[in-house]
Design a protein around this ligand. Structure first.
Ligand SMILES: Cc1cc2nc3c(=O)[nH]c(=O)nc-3n(C[C@H](O)[C@H](O)[C@H](O)COP(=O)(O)OP(=O)(O)OC[C@H]3O[C@@H](n4cnc5c(N)ncnc54)[C@H](O)[C@@H]3O)c2cc1C
Length: 238
C-alpha cells in the first residue's frame, strides 16, 4: 500500500477515562484500505506536517468506514489530541503499518498484557476474534492504577459474555486500602501470568504500552518463566 497521507475528518471523540479519548476518523469517499488488526496509523495535524506520531488502532480490520485509536494525554501530541480535538477537525493519516498482529490459529492462546492505554490494540484483537467466532483463546491481563482508569471496561466485559474463548482480568496498582474494588491488587507478576497459562507451547505472549511496562512483562515471560523469545510479541510506545 502506498504510504501516501490521507486527510480524514474526526467523526467522533469519546472520553474513555479522565485522561484518554478514542478518536474516530472517517475514511474519505472511495478509501477502502487493506490492513491488519493490531497495526498502527501515523497521524499529524495539517498545520504541523513535521510532527507525526504513531497510534495503535483500537478498532479491528473488520470495522470499515473509519479508523479508531485511543490516546492518552501525555507529551505534546497526546495533550493536543486529548485536550483540543473536536468533531469536524481534520488529521492527516499515513496508512496502517506494523507487525504486532494476533496469531489467530485455532489451538492458540494469546495472553495479552497491558498497562494503561496499552490495552487499546487488544480491543481490536478481541473484536475481530469475536466477530469471526474464532476458537483462538485470548486472555487480557490489564494493569491500571485505579478502577476508574480501566479503558473499555464495559466493552471488554460484554465481549467476554459473547465470546467463551475470551477472558478479561484487571489488576489495580493503586487501589486505596478502603477501595471496594473486588478484583486483584498489585502489579503484573510471574505468578499472575503463570496462573493463566494452559498449554505453554501453544501460547503467544503480547505486551503493549509504555516501554517500561513492556520490558517488565518481557522480563517476566522470557527471563523468569523461560519462555522462548519467539513466543513473545511486543509494541513499545516509548
Ligand atoms: C507503534 C506505536 C503505537 C502507539 N500507539 C499509541 C496509542 O494507541 N495511544 C497513545 O496514547 N500513544 C501511543 N503511542 C505513543 C504516541 O505515538 C506519542 O508518543 C504520545 O502520544 C506522546 O506524544 P509526543 O510523542 O508528542 O510526546 P512528546 O512531547 O514528544 O513527549 C514524549 C514523552 O515524554 C513524556 N513527556 C513529555 N512532556 C512531558 C512533561 N512535561 N513531563 C513529563 N513527561 C513528559 C511523555 O511521557 C511523552 O510520552 C504509540 C507509539 C508507538 C511507537
Amino acid at each position: 500500500m502506498a504510504r501516501e497521507p490521507v486527510e480524514m475528518m474526526v467523526e467522533s471523540v469519546t472520553l474513555e477515562v479522565p485522561d484518554s479519548k478514542t478518536i474516530q476518523l472517517k475514511w474519505p469517499e472511495g478509501y477502502d484500505p487493506e490492513f491488519k488488526t493490531g497495526q498502527f496509523v501515523t497521524a499529524y495535524w495539517p498545520d504541523e506536517p513535521d510532527y507525526k506520531r504513531a497510534y495503535s488502532l483500537s478498532s479491528c480490520a473488520l470495522d470499515r468506514g473509519a479508523y479508531e485509536f485511543t490516546v492518552r494525554r501525555s507529551g505534546k501530541m497526546g495533550t493536543r489530541l486529548v485536550d483540543w480535538i473536536k468533531v469536524g477537525h481534520r488529521l492527516m493519516v499515513l496508512p496502517p503499518a506494523g507487525k504486532f498482529l494476533p496469531v489467530y490459529e485455532p489451538e492458540m492462546h494469546l495472553i495479552c498484557a497491558a498497562g494503561g492505554s496499552g490495552v487499546t490494540p487488544f480491543r481490536g484483537f478481541v473484536r475481530e476474534a469475536t466477530k469471526r467466532g474464532l476458537s483462538t483463546r485470548i486472555t487480557i491481563l490489564y494493569s491500571v492504577r485505579t478502577p476508574e482508569d480501566i479503558i473499555f471496561n464495559k466493552e471488554f466485559n460484554e465481549l467476554s459474555d459473547q465470546n467463551p474463548n475470551f477472558e478479561f482480568h484487571v489488576t489495580c496498582t493503586r487501589a486505596a486500602a478502603d477501595d471496594p474494588w473486588p478484583g486483584r491488587k498489585g502489579r503484573i507478576d510471574a505468578d499472575w501470568v503463570r496462573a493463566h497459562v494452559g498449554n505453554l507451547e501453544k501460547t503467544v505472549f503480547y505486551a503493549c504500552g509504555p516501554t517500561e511496562l513492556v520490558e517488565m512483562v518481557e522480563n517476566i515471560v522470557v527471563a523468569e518463566m523461560s519462555v522462548p523469545k519467539a513466543q513473545m510479541r511486543t509494541e513499545k510506545w516509548g
